[in-house]
Design a protein around this ligand. Structure first.
Ligand code: URP
Ligand code: ZN
Ligand code: ZN
Ligand code: ZN
Length: 505
C-alpha cells in the first residue's frame, strides 16, 4: 500500500487537498518552527520546482499555491541516512528491501535521502557500480553511494579514481571483518587509505578484528553454542576496539580522515574520542540499534526473535547504548545511521543450527527519525537544533552536499519534514512500510511523529499515506575534498619539513 499512482487516494477528509495539489510545483509551508542545525525561527517556507525559494515570516502567495499548516509543529530538513544496504547480496542472501520499498519506508519515517553501499562484483568496482545504478532506477527518493573495496589491484585503484572523478563517489568502505567474504587485510587498508587521500575521498571502516572473530566463532561451535547468542559471544567489544584503534593509527600514519561506521561499543568510542582529542580527524557513526537497543533479546529461546537482532558488530550489553547517546549529545560522535540491512525471518533461518550462517543485519531506515527524537530530544539530552545536525546536516557536510541537502535555506532542495511533538507513534512489523516481516523495535510507543514528508518539493507522506512514484528519485553526486580534507596538506608539509631537519649522529 504505497498510495500514489495506483491507489493512493487520500481518505483523510473530503476537503483535503493532499492528492489534487500534491503534484503542484508550488508549496507554502505556513507557521511552525523552522529548525536548521544553527538556527531556529518562526517562519514560512515557500517552495517552487522542488527547491526552497524563501524562508521568512508571513510569506504571501497566490491562490493556486498549496498551503500546508505547520502551526505548533517543527519543520526540519528531511533526514539523511548515511548507512543503508538495499538489495545487498550478503552471506548467500539478498536484503529484502529494494530501492523502492526501502525508500518508501524511509519517506514514511521522515528520511529523504540515504547513502547505500555499493558492493563490487568479483572485485570489480566498476561492475558493482553499474549493477547498483540499475537497481536504483526504481528509486522514489534521492540517494547517493559509498563504494566498498574488497580486493586490491591496479584495476581497483583505477576504478576508484574514475568513480571519484566521474561518478560522484566520495567515500570507500573497507571491511575489517567477514573473513572469506568482504574482509581486507592491513596491507589493503594502507593502499586503500593512500588512494582515498590522493583522491580526496573519505575512508570508512567496518572495525572488527576479523581473524579473531573467526577464532571466536570456532570456540563457540567447539563449546556447542550454536544459537544466535553464539554470534554475540564470538565477537566481544574488545575486537571492535582493537580494529577501531588499528584503523585510526593507519589513517594517522597515512594522514587521511577516517569515518568509523556503526560504532557499537564503548571500546570503539574510547578510541575515537582519544584520536579526536589528539587532533585527528575521525568521524564516528553510531546507529539507532547501538543507541537504543541492548543485547538482551539475543538470548530469547525463540530463534526467530533472537535471530532478528543478529548484526555485526553485535548489539552490546546495556550501558554501551547510554555511553554512545552521551557521546552523540556532546559532539564526540557526529551523526546517526541505521545500517538498515533487512533480512526476513525465513532468510535468518539459514542459520538455525549454526549462528555463523544467520545473515547479519537489522532494520531501521523507517524508525531512525522517530526513535532519535524520542530517546534523545524527549529525554532532554539534545536540543531540536542538535537533532537536525545529527540526523541530517552533519551527514550533508561530511559527504560534501551541504547546503543543497541538510538545510532549509534558499536554493536548498526542498527535502523537509513536519514533526508534531505532541502526536504519538507506534512501531510494528504489521504497520511498517519496509518489506521485512519483523522489526527489532516491535512494540515501541513514543512521542513526536513525522506527519508530513516533502521530497524535492512534493508531499510524499501525509495522513499516514505515501504518495510516491517509482523512478522519481535522483542520484546525488558527491564531490571529493570535503571539509575534512581542508588543511591536511599543511600537516603533510610540516611532517616532510620535520624529516629534513638536521640529524645529529
Ligand atoms: O550486520 C551488518 N552490519 N550487516 C550489514 C553489513 C555491514 O557490516 O554493514
Ligand atoms: Zn489528504
Ligand atoms: Zn559493516
Ligand atoms: Zn552496514
Amino acid at each position: 500500500n504505497y498510495g500514489s499512482q495506483e491507489n493512493g487516494i487520500c481518505t483523510a477528509a473530503e476537503e483535503c487537498q493532499c492528492m489534487d495539489k500534491t503534484s503542484s510545483s508550488k508549496l507554502l509551508n505556513k507557521g511552525g518552527t523552522v529548525v536548521n542545525a544553527d538556527r531556529q525561527q518562526q517562519a514560512d517556507i515557500y517552495i517552487e520546482d522542488g527547491v526552497v525559494v524563501e524562508v521568512q515570516p508571513n510569506i504571501k502567495v497566490a491562490d493556486e499555491v498549496r498551503v500546508l499548516d505547520a502551526t505548533g509543529k517543527y519543520v526540519m530538513p528531511g533526514g539523511i541516512d548515511p548507512h543503508t544496504h538495499l538489495e545487498f547480496p550478503f552471506m548467500g542472501q539478498e536484503t529484502i528491501d529494494d530501492f523502492f520499498s526501502g525508500q518508501a519506508a524511509a519517506l514514511a519515517g521522515g528520511t529523504t535521502m540515504h547513502i547505500d553501499f555499493v558492493i563490487p562484483i568479483n572485485g570489480s568496482l566498476a561492475a558493482g557500480f553499474e549493477a547498483y545504478a540499475k537497481k536504483a532506477e526504481k528509486s522514489c527518493m534521492d540517494y547517493g553511494f559509498h563504494m566498498a573495496v574488497t580486493t586490491w589491484n591496479e584495476g581497483v585503484s583505477r576504478d576508484m579514481e574514475i568513480l571519484v572523478k566521474e561518478k560522484g563517489i566520495n567515500s570507500f568502505k573497507f571491511f575489517m571483518a567477514y573473513k572469506g567474504e568482504l574482509m581486507v587485510k592491513d596491507e589493503l587498508l594502507l593502499q586503500g587509505f593512500k588512494m582515498c587521500k590522493a583522491l580526496g575521498a573519505l575512508a570508512q571502516v567496518h572495525a572488527e578484528n576479523g581473524e579473531a572473530v573467526a577464532e571466536g566463532q570456532s570456540r563457540m561451535i567447539e563449546l556447542g553454542i550454536t544459537g544466535p547468542e553464539g554470534h554475540t559471544l564470538s565477537r566481544p567489544s574488545m575486537l571492535e576496539g582493537e580494529a577501531t584503534a588499528r584503523a585510526i593509527r593507519l589513517a594517522q600514519f597515512v594522514n587521511t580522515p577516517l569515518y568509523v561506521v556503526h560504532v557499537m561499543s564503548i571500546d570503539a568510542l574510547d578510541e575515537i574520542v582519544r584520536a579526536r582529542q589528539s587532533g585527528q580527524r575521525v568521524i564516528g557513526e553510531p546507529i539507532v540499534a547501538s543507541l537504543v537497543l541492548d543485547d538482551s533479546k539475543i538470548w530469547d529461546p525463540d530463534f526467530t526473535i533472537a535471530a532478528k537482532y543478529v548484526m555485526s558488530p553485535p548489539i552490546r550489553a546495556s550501558g554501551h547504548n547510554k555511553a554512545l547517546q552521551a557521546a552523540l549529545s556532546t559532539g564526540l560522535l557526529q551523526l546517526v545511521g541505521t545500517d538498515h540491512c533487512p533480512f526476513n525471518s525465513t532468510q535468518k533461518e539459514a542459520g538455525i543450527i549454526d549462528f555463523r550462517k544467520i545473515p547479519n543485519g537489522v532494520n531501521g531506515i523507517e524508525e531512525r527519525m522517530h526513535l532519535i527524537w524520542d530517546v534523545m530530544v524527549n529525554s532532554g539530552q539534545i536540543s531540536v537544533m542538535d537533532y537536525v545536525r545529527i540526523t541530517s546536516t552533519a551527514c550533508a557536510h561530511i559527504f560534501n552536499i551541504y547546503p543543497r541537502k541538510g538545510a532549509i535555506l534558499p536554493n536548498s532542495d526542498a527535502d523537509i519534514i513536519i514533526l508534531n511533538p505532541n502526536a504519538t507513534f507506534q512501531i510494528s512489523a504489521k504497520s511498517h512500510h519496509s518489506k521485512i516481516d519483523t522489526n527489532v523495535y516491535e512494540g515501541w510507543e513514543g512521542k513526536g511523529k513525522v506527519e508530513v514528508t516533502i521530497s524535492r518539493g512534493k508531499v510524499v507522506w501525509e495522513h499516514d499515506r505515501l504518495m510516491i512514484e517509482r523512478g522519481s528519485g535522483r542520484y546525488i553526486s558527491m564531490p571529493p575534498f570535503g571539509y575534512l580534507f581542508d588543511g591536511m596538506d599543511k600537516i603533510d608539509s610540516a611532517y616532510l619539513s620535520s624529516l629534513k631537519a638536521p640529524v645529529y649522529r
